[in-house]
Ligand binder design. Structure first.
Ligand code: ATP
Ligand code: MG
Length: 202
């Protein structure tokens, strides 16, 4: 190693994990607020693999969810898609994923972004103490959720956007509008491919 590579500051990268079924403007606002407020170099959207027991009608498989993410983030150089969990398939524990990512990219410092609703469940996460050695948690404040955690968490303030993927799927099923809830390119793709239209579950 030359002195220059040793002194190279680490890249700081945010990770937004989720099902993204589908991605919506709530996700994008949250990722943008965290990325810009913390001055991150990138924020990666990382869709999880479809758990085999989850019966997703109309086959909103990983590839399709990733395609929607790609459409949603086009034009924002802060954002990128990370397909590691999709490639691995099955259920991925965040600990295993972060271990793999840090081994693949030792020059990167990861910030794991979660909604405030997730913070209270951190104690139940697989190998949480080891995971905390691999990443810094960033939580986005959300109404109705206390900013209390027994683990170190960076709290970020963001406009409260009451959008959820569940609500979007339900709106599509009942023929209601999802305009402005998802990016136009996402809405177009959903319409074009008639996604979620006869969803059995919501
Ligand atoms: P679902 O309704 O299916 O649970 P979702 O909209 O919550 O979907 P997920 O893919 O489960 O989306 O969420 C991924 C991450 O984004 C989670 O950390 C979650 O807390 C956060 N999140 C989801 N919706 C919002 C929102 N409207 N504002 C801020 N954070 C959100
Ligand atoms: Mg959710």
């Amino acid at each position: 190693l030359t002195e220059m590579t040793i002194n190279q500051p680490k890249k700081r990268v945010g990770i937004m994990g989720g099902t993204f079924n589908p991605i919506h403007n709530g996700h994008l606002i949250m990722a943008d607020q965290v990325g810009t407020q913390l001055g991150l170099d990138k924020v990666l959207f990382m869709p999880n693999a479809t758990p085999p027991h989850v019966d997703l009608k109309k086959a909103i498989d990983g590839r399709t969810r990733a395609r929607l993410i790609r459409r949603a983030i086009t034009g924002n150089p802060l954002f990128d898609l990370e397909t590691l969990e999709l490639q691995r398939g099955g259920k991925s524990y965040s600990y295993n994923t972060l271990l793999a990512l840090t081994q693949l990219h030792p020059d990167v410092e990861y910030y794991f972004i979660i909604g405030a609703d997730e913070v209270e469940y951190l104690p139940t996460w697989y190998r949480i103490d080891d995971l905390l050695q691999l990443t810094t948690f960033v939580a986005v404040k959300r109404k109705g959720h206390e900013q209390l955690s027994r683990y170190p968490v960076i709290w970020v303030d963001s406009p409260m956007i009451e959008i959820s993927s569940t609500d979007i799927r339900r709106r599509i099923k009942y023929g209601q509008s999802i305009r402005y809830l998802v990016p136009e390119a996402v809405e177009d793709y959903i319409k074009e491919h008639k996604l979620y239209q006869d969803d059995k579950k919501d």
